[in-house]
Design a protein around this ligand. Structure first.
Ligand code: FE2
Length: 431
């Protein structure tokens, strides 16, 4: 596994600097796209006042726009293109070969197609992988010589000289529509988050139309919703998270607890779909601006090895993240207040109530709370332990969390997560 960055400075000093309280207020960049949410984002008729179509079409001076999508979401391409064609005479080309995990070969193929068509507006239509493919292909279109595998997070990308990006999510979870990162996979199985010095990958526009998420199967609704919940908790708990990010994260958690069960129960009920689409976008904001957490580092490792859904995996590790972080911060108490589970007499009891509340929620959505429920075998877990111990600390999720963990502590988490048992924070390993 390659480290997520090749920059010596970031590898050695980046973690401590991210966690340094005194640096938090030195500068607070906060990046979000222009967001439109609702049922009326793709109307063929002009409206009384300029709408999203007018605003976005204004960016398309060459009248050539490009859609990056996948074989599922391509069914929505017509709906997206129609108002731009009819109202603004924009012509389109569609590339629908995005693959899960955005393999580099597909990214290059997409970039070559964009290069031939020369659009100045790119629509990323689909789930996280389609959006990540679009971001990386956009970068290659702007700078054909760039090597994505060695791109430094310290170097500006200088995007937007040729095109702007509008993201249209068709799932509700990844938050890629508001994030400044694209996760790309390489032939050796390595997945790398690609980002630049400033979050230039943050799309110019995010268009949230709930009708594009109707009909998602319940398991996918639960899995993507689980990802959004993990993002909101990660984004709230991250050392770098400030009041702006925390405010958004808290409201998002409240929304997910309220709306995800309804979205899960009835995939055609449009209001929970809309709220979950908004919640997933909102959860992406603190994730993008404050960082993720060890839930993602642990989840990436195990999920990657055993091919388990990303959202399912990262939420499974949230209780462990909360336990580990409780050694250095009591910020989790605010989540206890939010969810009405704080014990005024005991922080320890409050934490245990919070974890129970989250796990009950997971169970109500048929999400696993133990690795053994996902089909992973203890033998396989133990066989792969060395790989997991080597890989997890190199993940950016680990880098943005609190607290450096040693191998014994990682191992303890993996083995207890297998059984679904919580950590014993009084034991020798954790003292
Ligand atoms: Fe995630």
């Amino acid at each position: 596994m390659t480290y997520w960055t090749h920059e010596y400075l970031l590898k050695t000093w980046g973690g401590p600097m991210v966690q340094a309280e005194f640096l938090k207020d030195v500068m607070k960049p906060f990046f979000v796209p222009r967001v439109f949410s609702g049922f009326n984002l793709f109307l063929d008729e002009p409206q009384l006042l300029p709408d999203a179509v007018d605003l976005i079409a204004r960016e398309c001076k060459t009248k050539r726009a490009f859609i990056v999508t996948d074989e599922y979401a391509v069914r929505f391409a017509e709906k997206v293109m129609s108002p731009y064609q009819k109202r603004h005479g924009i012509s389109f080309e569609t590339w629908a070969k995005a693959q899960p995990d955005a393999p580099i070969d597909t990214v290059k193929d997409c970039a070559a197609q964009i290069q031939r068509f020369k659009p100045d507006l790119i629509f990323a239509l689909g789930g996280g992988s389609a959006m990540d493919t679009a971001k990386a292909a956009w970068l290659l279109y702007e700078h054909p010589g760039v090597k994505l595998e060695i791109l430094s997070p310290l170097v500006p990308l200088n995007l937007r000289n040729k095109a702007k990006l509008a993201a249209i999510p068709t799932t509700s979870g990844t938050g890629s529509e508001v994030s400044g990162v694209a996760v790309i996979s390489f032939p050796d199985g390595v997945k790398l988050p690609v980002a630049g010095a400033l979050p230039e990958f943050v799309p110019d526009f995010a268009l949230l139309d709930p009708s594009l998420t109707v009909g998602m199967p319940p398991e996918l609704t639960a899995g993507t919703g689980a990802d959004a919940l993990a993002h909101a908790i990660d984004g709230f708990m991250a050392p770098k998270s400030d009041e702006i990010n925390q405010a958004i994260a808290k409201k998002t958690i409240e929304m997910i607890f309220k709306w995800l069960p309804r979205a899960y129960a009835d995939g055609s009920d449009i209001m929970p779909r809309m709220k979950m689409q908004q919640a997933a976008m909102m959860a992406g904001i603190p994730l993008a601006n404050a960082g993720s957490g060890i839930s993602h580092a642990l989840g990436h490792t195990v999920g990657g090895l055993f091919h388990i859904h990303h959202g399912v995996m990262v939420l499974l590790f949230i209780p462990y993240e909360l336990q580990v972080y409780s050694k250095v911060t009591d910020r989790y108490l605010e989540l206890c207040d939010l969810l009405g589970v704080r014990d005024p007499d005991s922080d320890e009891q409050s934490l245990s109530n919070l974890i129970e509340k989250i796990r009950d929620f997971m169970k109500s959505l048929n999400l696993p709370t133990a690795l053994k429920e996902t089909g992973v075998k203890l033998d396989d877990l133990e066989k792969n332990m060395d790989v997991m111990l080597a890989q997890t600390p190199t993940d950016p999720g680990f880098y943005f969390g609190w607290y450096d963990l040693n191998n014994d502590q990682f191992k303890d988490i993996f083995l207890r997560a297998f059984e679904g048992k919580l950590l014993d924070m009084q034991s020798e390993i954790w003292r």
